[in-house]
Design a binder for this molecule. Structure first.
Ligand SMILES: [Cu+2]
Length: 221
């Protein structure tokens, strides 16, 4: 079973994104809200875009986000040492009939944030993923398998424990629902239409609790 070989060694990660923050509330200058208070309307009110759940919003504020992620993997490893395709296929080596040679993954992540009440922001995220894996069979036949679809829906609440002068504590609690498919199939020369291995599935197939605590601290400038 090729899914058992240790795959995935070197990868390149590219991440680009656009964020739209909607209807920011005017900054109120009170003792509670000094002028240099962090706000999601400020560029420095956001962590790098790959970091999610790093900020809350003011009551009534919403935010739409789109993130694009691309990952390319190649070269098999056993632990930390490289293993050649020939070794994996060899009867005296790995003795596998098929070796995965590369995998490309693309993900479009759509996000929605909304704050219904003070200090609480609700977040919804859903990815659309497409995956491709290239294989080499022992007899020299090469083939590619593909899968594509909507992944696991994530719901989260971000509670502002403390929003002070240049420091903020956030409590994050999220739930990942198994909405993504775990029964993706594709044609494999030989066995024909076959259920793809787990890394090629779109969903995790599990319910996951995603708790977290975030501290934001702003350095004096
Ligand atoms: Cu936001």
């Amino acid at each position: 079973m090729y899914s058992r070989t240790n795959t995935i060694l070197s990868f390149i990660l590219l991440s680009t994104s656009i964020t739209f923050a909607g209807e920011p509330q005017p900054l109120q200058l009170t003792n509670d809200h000094p002028v240099d208070l962090w706000s999601s309307a400020r560029p420095d009110g956001h962590a790098p875009i790959g970091v999610m759940g790093d900020h809350g919003h003011g009551k009534g504020e919403w935010m739409l986000s789109y993130r694009y992620m691309n990952m390319a993997m190649e070269q098999n490893y056993d632990g930390s040492s490289r293993v050649s395709d020939a070794e994996i296929l060899s009867p005296t080596g790995g003795n596998y009939r098929v070796v995965p040679q590369w995998m490309d993954m693309e993900m479009h992540m759509f996000g929605l944030m909304y704050s219904p009440i003070d200090h609480l922001t609700m977040m919804l995220m859903i990815p659309y993923a497409s995956k491709e894996m290239g294989h080499l069979r022992r007899d020299g036949v090469e083939f590619i398998t593909k899968s594509e679809g909507w992944g696991d829906l994530k719901l989260a609440g971000i509670y502002e424990l403390h929003h002070g002068h240049r420091s903020t504590w956030l409590l994050n609690l999220g739930l990942s629902l198994p909405t993504g498919s775990t029964s993706e199939e594709d044609f494999i020369p030989g066995p024909g239409e076959t259920r793809l291995p787990y890394p090629m599935q779109i969903g995790s197939g599990t319910w996951d609790l995603l708790p977290g605590i975030t501290y934001l601290g702003q350095a004096d400038t």
